[in-house]
Every structure is written in structure tokens, then in C-alpha cells.
Design a protein around this ligand. Structure first.
Ligand SMILES: NC(=O)c1ccc[n+]([C@@H]2O[C@H](COP(=O)([O-])OP(=O)(O)OC[C@H]3O[C@@H](n4cnc5c(N)ncnc54)[C@H](O)[C@@H]3O)[C@@H](O)[C@H]2O)c1
Length: 357
């Protein structure tokens, strides 16, 4: 059984990570940490009185027996913590998105390489049976594909100001595209692993009370000439159904993510299919993490998967700001300009340094 520390004791830690750690047989919760002492105490008490801290550096210094940490922190905070943990040879399960800037994402990737670390991104939706089933069916649709994913979440509830504050907090420091869209980019990469070649996006803000856009429409072109259309809607009073549609030369697939029902037309034949609806697959994620620790490296939801999602969603953000389509070289040049980080390497062409360096 691996000894694990939980850093960040907010919503996803309380309702996702903690039950998965306590309910599975692979991990023992040794310590918790949150800036908010009450949150750290609360989650520690649910684990039968684990140690609790308000300073993650103190947790790392004092808990010498740890094998692993879970980081359920805001993504502008988590890269620094993850890099320190990797340097201490701790396995890291890090909530998505792995960072909010390309510079931080690349720093993290370099740290994983340098320390040969066990690092897994919390892409908890990729383990869904529906993701596998769509992957199996998509392989029969041919290429290029037109993939369209619509996700509506975080319903606006006027009676829940704490929810609104948490979500507008995410939108202020990052975006709905990076938070929610990173999941989409991740599971779409399991259906079509082609690298992105350009992204364009339009973003809308439906209330002055929000801290930024809550509706996104992003179009991503892939190297095999496939296209991915991602629509994200947060903070809407009513949520339309979340759906997947994939059209290829050999047919078409439709899936209603909440109902778990799909329909496929393939070479003129039609059939329905069913899969458990879209939901976080916590126990599968933790089983994959335990296997990664035993193996000595992550085999799923790797740092490269996290960086691919971050690159794509940051390109969408840059496109929405500038009104132009963004290619990988544009994104890396912009990141180098804004950070003066000549260690930034274009994932598309790793041997070629970014232009401004
Ligand atoms: N995988 C998923 O499906 C999923 C779902 C929800 C959230 N998330 C991700 O998880 C992360 C956390 O989300 P959340 O909804 O729990 O947010 P939250 O705001 O409820 O929790 C974040 C917690 O981190 C604590 N914190 C902030 N800075 C800290 C620091 N320096 N040291 C210690 N604690 C610190 C805050 O006090 C807070 O309790 C985000 O990156 C979010 O995108 C993932």
C-alpha cells in the first residue's frame, strides 16, 4: 500500500480524490494540506486522523515516508509544487490542467524527464467505457474525421454563490476552455492521436458578473486533415445535452454523453450502442496511478498528454484574443515573447528553437 499526501483540499479533493483514496486498496492517506486550515483538518479527520498542514513545504519536509502526492490545486499554483515533489522522488497525480502557461507546462515536462518521475495528469474522464467504445467505433469510420464535442457543465445556480465564486475564480486565472476543454482534447486524442496544426476560437461572456468568457467555440485542425470542433458552455441557467458526433468517410457516430446512448451508421448499416454515461472514473484513475508507481513511469495521462491539451487550449485562448488562427509556432513564439523563456521548445518541431530565441 502506498503512503500518499493530498495537497489542496477543495471541492474535487473532497468529493473525488478522498473517497477514491479511502475506498480503494492501493493507498493510505498519510497527510493533507490546504491554505485553509479547516479544509485540511476536515479531510484529514475523514481519513481517521491523518496529519494536516497549511504549508505544503512543511508537509514534504515532515512526511518522510510518503510515496506519492495528489495535487488538487489551482493550476497556477500546482507546477511549482509538482516540480518540488518530483525532485523528492515522489510520484505525482496532478489535477488537470497541468498549468496555465506554456512556460510552466514545459518546466514541468522537463522536470519529469530530468527526474525520470512518475507523473500522471488527473484526466479522470479518459477512463470511461464510452471513451473506449467510441475509440473502437471511430477506427472504422476512416480518415479524415470531423469530430464535434459539446460539453455543458457548471450550471448557473443563483442559490449557490460559493459555486459561482469558485467557477469565476477559474475563469479569472485561466479559462473554461483550458479547464473543461483540456478533458475534451485529452479524450479526443485517444480517438485520433494526430497532432494539432492550427486552432481558432470565439469566446463569449453572457453576464457582466462573470470574470471572463463562459462560452467557447473552438475549431482545431489536425495533421491528418481531421477537424475537431469543441463547444464548451459554463454558467448557463439550463444545460443543453453534452454530445459527441464523429463523421468519417465510412459513416457517422452520435453519442449522448449524459444518457449514455449512441447511434452509429457504418457502410450503410445502422446500429445503436450504449455505455455508462460520462462521469469521472476515480477508481480507474487511481488503479492506473498505482500501476504507474509500480512500473516507475506513467503509461496513461502522461505529462506529454497534459502538455498537448494545454498547448491546444492555450492556442484557442490566443486565437479568441487576437481573432487569428494560431499554429504551434505562433503559440511558442508568443509564449517566448511573454516569458523570455528560451527553453521553450516547439513540440511540433523539437529540434527547431522558437524564432525569437
Ligand atoms: N478532474 C476533474 O474532473 C476536476 C474537477 C474539478 C476540478 N478539477 C481541477 O482541480 C483543481 C482544484 O479544483 P477545485 O474545484 O477543487 O477547486 P477549489 O478552489 O475548491 O480547491 C482548491 C483548493 O486549493 C487550496 N489551495 C490554493 N493554494 C494553495 C496552496 N498554495 N497550498 C495549499 N492549498 C492551496 C485552496 O485553499 C482550495 O481549498 C483545479 O485545477 C480544477 O481544474 C478537476
Amino acid at each position: 500500500m502506498y503512503s500518499i499526501g493530498l495537497i489542496g483540499c477543495g471541492e474535487v479533493a473532497e468529493h473525488g480524490h478522498l473517497p477514491a483514496i479511502l475506498g480503494g486498496g492501493d493507498f493510505r492517506l498519510a497527510a493533507t494540506c490546504d491554505l485553509n486550515r479547516r479544509r485540511a483538518e476536515l479531510l484529514a479527520s475523514r481519513a481517521g486522523g491523518a496529519a494536516h498542514y497549511t504549508d505544503w513545504r512543511e508537509l514534504l519536509a515532515r512526511e518522510a515516508e510518503l510515496d506519492a502526492v495528489v495535487l488538487a490545486l489551482p493550476p497556477e499554483i500546482s507546477p511549482e509544487v509538482a516540480i518540488e515533489c518530483l525532485g523528492r522522488k515522489l510520484a505525482v497525480l496532478d489535477e488537470k490542467p497541468l498549468a496555465t502557461t506554456l512556460a510552466d507546462g514545459r518546466r514541468l515536462q522537463r522536470a519529469v524527464e530530468q527526474h525520470r518521475g512518475v507523473y500522471q495528469v488527473g484526466f479522470v474522464l479518459r477512463y470511461g467505457q464510452w471513451v473506449n467504445e467510441i475509440s473502437r467505433l471511430t477506427a472504422q469510420l476512416g480518415s479524415p474525421l470531423q469530430i464535434s464535442v459539446e460539453v455543458y457543465d457548471e450550471r448557473l445556480n443563483p442559490d449557490d454563490p460559493a459555486h459561482l465564486a469558485r467557477i469565476t475564480g477559474f475563469i479569472k486565472t485561466s479559462s473554461a476552455m483550458t479547464h473543461e476543454g483540456s478533458h475534451v482534447i485529452d479524450y479526443v486524442s485517444l480517438w485520433n492521436p494526430s497532432h494539432w496544426t492550427s486552432a481558432s476560437a470565439v469566446a463569449k461572456q453572457t453576464s457582466a458578473a462573470f470574470s471572463g468568457p463562459n462560452i467557447w467555440e473552438s475549431r482545431i485542425n489536425l495533421a491528418d486533415r481531421s477537424t475537431v470542433l469543441v463547444r464548451i458552455g459554463w454558467l448557463l441557467p439550463e444545460l443543453p445535452p453534452s454530445t459527441v458526433t464523429i463523421v468519417g468517410p465510412a459513416g457517422r457516430l452520435d453519442f449522448d454523453c449524459a444518457a449514455g446512448r449512441g447511434h452509429v451508421e457504418l457502410d450503410g448499416a445502422e446500429k445503436s450502442f450504449a455505455a455508462p454515461p460520462l462521469a469521472p472514473e476515480w477508481s480507474s484513475q487511481y488503479a492506473a496511478f498505482a500501476e504507474a508507481i509500480a512500473r516507475g513511469h506513467a503509461a496513461s495521462a502522461t505529462v506529454d498528454d497534459g502538455l498537448r491539451a494545454l498547448e491546444t487550449t492555450l492556442a484557442c485562448e490566443l486565437s479568441a484574443r487576437t481573432g487569428s488562427a494560431i499554429a504551434p509556432a505562433d503559440l511558442y513564439a508568443e509564449a517566448a515573447r511573454s516569458t523570455s523563456d528560451c527553453g521553450l521548445v516547439n513540440q511540433e518541431a523539437p529540434d527547431r528553437p522558437v524564432e525569437s530565441c
